[in-house]
Design a binder for this molecule. Structure first.
Ligand SMILES: NC(=O)c1ccc[n+]([C@@H]2O[C@H](COP(=O)([O-])OP(=O)(O)OC[C@H]3O[C@@H](n4cnc5c(N)ncnc54)[C@H](OP(=O)(O)O)[C@@H]3O)[C@@H](O)[C@H]2O)c1
Length: 306
């Protein structure tokens, strides 16, 4: 385990869990008259769950979600390139990455890692990059954004998240990756299970984002409205936010690819779990409040559970 990274991800997870619990407290319900509870709601709501008429300060368009994936494709693509060269060509990682490794406590870790563990880290970085490429393509060509907003703090969190998540994967390998030796690929059963789950969750996430986009298009695919409607089909039959549930499964699939026992990565999974649960609860409340005939059996986030 890398204590600094695990502590940072755990703190974020606790912050999102606390926000989720505070939502239930009457004193923290926003009354639109200013104060700490309104600031809290400003920071956790975005897009459709941000009531119209709220302060327009410190906001950026929600379509700027696209920037998260541009940054992720470039940053995590570069990390993947350097890790690939280090693993297969025996090259050293750039010196600034080695400095980052040391700053995050990697140096004090046991440097004696099995080839299968090296392969796991490479695989997770590859699939994180592929996930970012797909999400970028969806932001550019699938999703239909309205004129909703996100808070500037949420925007910087999103940019930081994708830089931190790839760096966390890279820190799973020793600073001097292979000290001149080339990696011999060792595929394990948990790699196969993780990749299968990743593909399954990604397919459903894509289908659900297509369903949301179609709510704003006519039969010939032309965008005809920018309002919100009740989505049906695929995992929407069970939960209000299946794309958030799929996101959680994608991060769990990476924990599986890392062999189940990487504590630092499970802290990342916890952060994604509570972050997406918070957004799902707010969306679920939005649907129940705005659509009288909203299906009663639908849960917010995890089918049959919550
Ligand atoms: N890993 C993480 O920490 C993390 C964090 C956040 C998001 N994500 C992922 O990023 C993806 C997008 O997240 P998001 O929060 O932007 O999802 P979202 O709010 O559901 O929005 C997705 C798209 O669907 C539209 N939309 C949403 N509900 C709609 C409805 N009822 N009727 C018509 N259109 C609707 C949105 O338009 P508007 O422009 O009007 O909103 C947007 O274009 C998800 O897959 C999520 O898992 C990951």
């Amino acid at each position: 385990m890398l204590p600094v990274l695990a502590a940072v991800w755990s703190l974020l997870a606790v912050a999102f869990l606390a926000a989720l619990l505070l939502l239930r407290a009457p004193a923290w319900r926003s009354d639109g008259r200013g104060g700490v509870s309104d600031l809290f709601h400003e920071l956790i709501r975005y897009g459709k769950t941000r009531p119209p008429g709220w302060s327009l300060y410190y906001l950026v368009p929600k379509s700027w979600f696209t920037h998260f994936y541009v940054v992720s494709v470039v940053w995590n693509g570069s990390l993947l390139y350097w890790l690939f060269r280090a693993e297969f060509l025996g090259e050293s990682l750039p010196s600034w990455i080695q400095d980052m490794h040391r700053a995050l406590g990697r140096d004090s870790q046991n440097e004696d890692m099995a080839d299968s563990e090296h392969f796991s880290a490479l695989l997770v970085l590859l699939f994180l990059w592929l996930h970012s490429c797909r999400r970028l393509a969806e932001c550019l060509w699938t999703s239909v954004f309205s004129n909703g907003f996100i808070h500037i703090v949420q925007y910087y969190y999103g940019l930081g998240f994708y830089i931190a998540v790839g760096s966390t994967v890279l820190c799973q390998v020793p600073t001097n990756v292979r000290t001149g030796k080339e990696l011999s690929v060792q595929i394990c059963w948990y790699h196969i299970v993780g990749i299968t789950m990743y593909i399954w969750a990604s397919l459903h996430q894509h289908r659900c984002l297509v369903i949301l986009a179609k709510l704003r298009k006519n039969k010939s695919g032309k965008v005809v409205r920018l309002g919100y409607d009740v989505p049906f089909g695929d995992w929407f039959e069970s939960v209000s936010c299946p794309h958030y549930f799929a996101e959680l499964l994608i991060y769990v699939s990476m924990a599986i690819m890392l062999g189940f026992q990487n504590v630092t990565w499970w802290c990342v999974v916890m952060c994604v779990l509570f972050n997406q649960a918070l957004a799902a609860v707010l969306s679920h409340e939005f649907y129940e409040k705005n659509f009288r005939s909203y299906p009663k059996h639908r849960k917010a986030f995890i089918p049959h559970v919550f």
